[in-house]
Design a protein around this ligand. Structure first.
Ligand SMILES: [Zn+2]
Length: 306
């Protein structure tokens, strides 16, 4: 569906073509003049391509990923800006370009605009962000996992910096087709759940907890490069895959790894095993998704038909 602005742009393109056609038609008396006019028009008015642009899904919730698909473009790659960040486009067939974005969990519900440029043409697309209803869960953990010693705090800060440096990487696209969930099991804690730990500490769950038995095989959500396999304070054995274009998947609390940093893995390769390492109350997988430094709901990215 075209938005008002898109229709406007499309109409302007049609009007211009009609105007140019009328010039050519009126000059039909002289074939030489006609040819000259066509030549001049070609020089003065570069051909405007008829392209289509869609945001999918057009209605999303806070914390969701979305895709922008542009079709009917024969020439240059389009460019688009969303929330002051340039989206990364890549090919999805002849004349087809796709980019993945995400809205932050704390973004205000409402209409967001995406400015799209293809050659000399501009369009403005709209993305409707609906309010999510995140549930509250209560969790009990041993006190030593909730109160931090000065040494713990130093370690936590160091690990935060390490993770922050990873999220800055925007490498070449490695992802290939749709993202999958790494375990075929029910979820235990959804994305966005507000957690009250030991009746005091409040945290927002920025990943998805999937049930799993200790030792169960975890699959890569998509093709990517292993950029981290380390034991972290909160995440325990943590693995991060870089899928390119600022998109990462994160796997936490694992019992062990099946791959090493630098390895390129294919979608559904076994990358490690379910465990309960780090701040965890039992075997499960915490699965996270980063899209250009935004924590995205893993269920939403797995739902994109890429
Ligand atoms: Zn979790």
């Amino acid at each position: 569906m075209l938005t008002g602005e898109e229709k406007n742009t499309a109409m302007k393109t049609i009007m211009r073509h009609r105007f140019l056609n009328s010039l050519i038609t009126t000059s039909s008396g002289s074939s030489l003049l006609s040819l000259l006019l066509i030549f001049l028009i070609t020089l003065l008015a570069p051909h405007a391509e008829a392209f289509q642009a869609k945001v999918l899904p057009s209605n999303i919730h806070q914390g969701d990923a979305f895709m922008l698909r542009v079709t009917g473009l024969d020439t240059a790659e389009p460019s688009a800006v969303f929330e002051k960040k340039a989206l990364h486009f890549s090919k999805c067939g002849k004349g087809c370009f796709v980019a993945i974005g995400a809205v932050d969990i704390k973004s205000r519900p409402g209409v967001y605009r995406i400015s799209l440029k293809t050659g000399k043409q501009k369009a403005e697309l709209r993305l409707h962000v609906l309010k999510s209803s995140f549930k509250t869960t209560h969790l009990t953990l041993p006190e030593e996992k909730v109160t931090f010693s000065p040494e713990d705090l130093v370690r936590i800060n160091r690990e935060d910096d390490l993770l922050d440096s990873i999220w800055q990487i925007e490498s070449e696209r490695l992802w290939d087709g749709s993202f999958i969930l790494p375990l075929p099991n029910p979820f235990s804690t959804p994305f966005g759940a507000k957690r009250i730990i030991n009746k005091k500490t409040v945290s927002l769950h920025r990943g998805l907890d999937i049930q799993g038995k200790a030792g169960e095989a975890i699959q890569a959500s998509n093709r990517g490069r292993v950029v981290l396999t380390e034991e972290l304070f909160f995440g325990g054995n943590t693995l991060i895959l870089d899928h390119g274009q600022g998109i990462f998947t994160v796997y936490m609390h694992m019992s062990g790894f099946n791959v090493q940093p630098g390895n390129i893995v294919s979608k559904s390769d076994v990358i490690g095993f379910v465990g309960s390492t780090g701040r965890s109350s039992g075997p499960h997988l915490h699965f996270g998704v980063k899209v250009m430094r935004v924590n995205a709901n893993p269920v939403s990215i797995a739902g994109l038909k890429l």
